[in-house]
Design a protein around this ligand. Structure first.
Ligand SMILES: [Fe+2]
Ligand SMILES: [Fe+2]
Length: 395
């Protein structure tokens, strides 16, 4: 039994014995032994019974045993317990004269550490062709396997991450689709609401127009008065810089401001010439009646209050509550100016139309006393600078 770490020729029992051994000569054998001794591979010879008979320095490095420690021992000491059957499998192959090539397997080092090796086991024949031993050439592939395993793990992790990303992307696509659907639904509902709102608005305006016409039917001598006051009030509001919504509210308040006249007897409304104080007091009740009619109606603008206030004057000389200054809402102050200008400029049963100049002269006379200064100024600007005209107004 020989340790193949020396360059001296080994004994015939410790080297492979083949039909060509005697022919190569002692020098060739020595060179061969030197190759074995200097190899990084583990080169191990074992008898057919599994006893190790030769062990090179490469085997010392890979398995941690010196030649003295293993020679004469069973090669099973290199096998992990769970791989003992693998030893029998290799032996059977060898006994059949076959090789086991590049088997990647696990072996145990002297320090107990398991290492991955690639091993090739070849049968050794005697001159008669009988198998008498095994040559094992093995090399450590632990780092290679570890690298491969790390790569496999890294690839698996990458595949997992890609799968997760794909899942998240798919979830995002679904979420986006859901969001798009919700937005579409919202847009549809918004359009429906707009349509509904427009229809409601149309229906409200038709109702207001109906109420206005009902008042005019009872008071045909002031036909168009409500509409003219509403239009002028809206124009004054625009001149004052009110937004569209408030402008519309003032127009509607104007259209309805004399709705309370339905309680005034038609004989009084259409009476030519002056009316008696009793009759005048009946006429004045139209303000309260209008307020009562409108206060329960839900409008998106203040309507009932300015209607109630349209005969109030800044100095408290108006009716029905003799409100003063800021006690009268701005809508009420606008309505009162529009009402006076329209009434004076137009025809009345008891007098002819006095014309726009007389009407404007009246608000100039009462500016800051009876009528709001800013409202009067806005009204004057409309007629004097912007060419505003009341339809069918007297000259
Ligand atoms: Fe009135
Ligand atoms: Fe009026």
């Amino acid at each position: 039994m020989v340790k193949l770490s020396h360059m001296k020729p080994p004994s015939s029992s410790s080297l492979p014995v083949g039909p060509t051994a005697s022919a190569v000569g002692q020098e060739a054998i020595a060179r061969l032994a030197a190759v074995v001794a200097s190899s990084d591979f583990a080169i191990i010879f074992e008898e057919i019974q599994g006893v190790i008979t030769a062990w090179n320095p490469g085997a010392e490095i890979i398995f941690g045993y010196t030649a003295q420690e293993v020679i004469g021992k069973s090669s099973e000491l290199l096998l992990p317990p769970e791989r003992l059957q693998e030893g029998s499998f290799i032996l059977n192959k060898i006994l059949n004269g076959e090789r086991v090539r590049y088997l990647e397997t696990i072996r145990v080092r002297k320090d107990g550490r398991h290492i991955s090796v690639s091993t090739t086991a070849s049968p050794i024949f005697d001159p008669n062709g009988k198998v008498i031993g095994v040559s094992n050439i093995a090399w450590d592939i632990t780092s290679q396997i570890t690298t491969q395993q790390a790569l496999v793990i890294a690839n698996q992790e990458l595949a997992f991450q890609n799968e997760e990303k794909a899942k998240r992307a798919a979830e995002l696509v679904i979420a986006n689709q859901e969001l798009a659907f919700q937005n579409e639904e919202k847009a549809k509902r918004a359009v429906q609401l707009v349509i509904l709102n427009v229809k409601l608005q149309e229906s409200l305006m038709q109702t207001i127009e109906l109420a206005r016409q009902l008042v005019e039917l009872r008071d045909p001598y002031t036909a168009g008065h409500e509409q003219h006051v509403g239009d002028l009030a809206r124009a004054i509001a625009e001149q004052l810089g009110f937004d569209m919504h408030r402008q519309q509210g003032l127009m509607i308040a104007g259209y309805l401001h004399d709705i309370g006249k339905i309680i005034v007897p038609i004989e009084i409304l259409s009476k030519p010439g002056p009316i008696s104080p009793e009759e005048y007091s009946l006429v004045k009740n139209h303000v309260q009646a209008g307020y009562k009619l409108l206060e329960e109606v839900v409008f998106p603008w203040p309507i009932a209050r300015p209607v109630w206030e349209h005969h109030e004057r800044l100095d408290g000389s108006g009716y029905p509550n003799h409100l003063k200054g800021d006690q009268i809402s701005i809508e009420g102050r606008i309505l009162s100016v529009a009402d006076v200008v329209e009434a004076i400029s137009s025809h009345r049963p008891y007098r002819p139309a006095l014309g726009i100049d007389r009407a404007l002269a009246e608000i100039v006379r009462g500016r800051g006393v009876l009528y709001d200064e800013a409202v009067v100024d806005a009204c004057l600007k409309l007629f004097r600078e912007r060419g505003y005209k009341i339809a069918n107004a007297g000259a």
